[in-house]
Design a binder for this molecule. Structure first.
Ligand SMILES: [Zn+2]
Length: 334
């Protein structure tokens, strides 16, 4: 395009002379402001290292500490491979250097959350025994997900693939609901082995003996839910076609494996439920006192006092809102 531009040398010189000093000055001001906010507090730091390339060929590793409460960067160190024996040692070096600078500036660090880097685990155990060391569930979840994905690629483990998101959800749930008890955490986490084989209680644990989710429906619930479904079907089968627009909709046919035009029927009729709802309420009422009850909120005519018994058994006094509510509520009882 024949456009004139500055040379690379000029660009580098300008960057060094004008841009870098401004960035440095602004960052130091920002860092001082963050440190001021952290003064006289017990601080929880989250640390992680990031290398410029994956594997063992990285030249630089940036180790960063965030304050867990404000999510602000407190400090970081850029480590060059030339400063350490090999690229594997960069993360620990960055961790130690950055932590030292933060503590030298008077920040009281009570807890550090990191990934499960073995060198950092050892460093925390030996040189920082007074601090809590926590593992960030995000890193644990990432590691577990990676291993499960690799296993799911094996032909004999294909079914595992569909379970991975649920297993990762379970891992997060375990971390959030273990009350910081390591034994409970482990028992909840390992319980996923039972759950995926459709077993929801098991012997042997100290704290956690069965899943916390809703257990599978009992036989009686299945039968009554099926009755409700059959009633709904029989009371709404052969509905007439809607007179409004649209009169047809397209729907996928599993039998013909194509989209077909289906007539749009008039809305469902739930009037059969009025009798059922009255029946349910009157049986509840039979177990209570049936004295006069002020029930103006429900009878649709403000200030009117009625007998609860009459109200509950006479379906004609149901306001439409109560009927709609009960129609929604009844199936939810299962
Ligand atoms: Zn279960």
């Amino acid at each position: 395009m024949n456009l004139k531009s500055i040379s690379e040398d000029t660009y580098t010189a300008l960057r060094k002379k004008c841009v870098f000093p401004t960035i440095t000055k602004t960052w130091i001001n920002e860092r001082n402001a963050v440190l001021t906010d952290l003064a006289s507090q017990e601080v929880v730091l989250c640390g992680d290292g990031r290398c410029d390339s994956p594997g063992h060929s990285a030249k630089y590793c940036t180790y960063t500490f965030l304050d867990a409460q404000s999510n602000k960067v407190v400090d970081f160190k850029v480590v060059s491979v030339t400063q350490v024996s090999n690229s594997n040692a960069m993360e620990l070096h960055g961790f130690k250097e950055a932590l030292k600078t933060i503590e030298d500036d008077g920040v009281h660090v009570s807890t550090i959350s990191t990934d499960r880097h073995p060198q950092i685990v050892k460093e925390m155990r030996i040189n920082n025994p007074e601090k809590f060391h926590e593992f960030d569930p995000w890193h644990v979840a990432k590691g577990v997900s990676k291993k499960l994905t690799a296993e799911a690629k094996r032909r004999s483990c294909e079914d595992l693939g569909a379970w991975i998101p649920s297993i990762i959800n379970h891992l997060w749930w375990c971390a959030q609901n273990c009350a910081e008890d390591a034994v409970l955490l482990k028992e909840k986490w390992v319980s996923v082995i039972h759950h995926v084989t459709n077993r929801h209680d098991w012997p042997g644990n100290r704290h956690y003996h069965c899943c916390d989710h809703e257990t599978h429906f009992g036989y009686d619930v299945m039968v009554h839910a099926s009755m409700l479904a059959a009633l709904d079907h029989n009371n709404n089968v052969n509905r007439e076609q809607s007179v409004g627009e649209p009169k047809y909709k397209t729907a996928w046919s599993k039998v013909h494996k194509n989209f077909r035009a289906r007539p749009v029927a008039v809305g469902k009729d739930y009037s059969y439920m009025r009798v059922m709802v009255a029946d349910v309420l009157s049986s509840v009422n039979d177990t209570r006192d049936s004295g006069p009850t002020q029930n103006s909120a429900c009878n649709g005519s403000t200030g009117k006092t009625i007998q609860r018994t009459n109200y509950l058994t006479d379906t004609s006094v149901f306001p439409i809102q109560v009927e709609r509510f009960m129609v929604k509520l009844l199936p939810c009882m299962f």
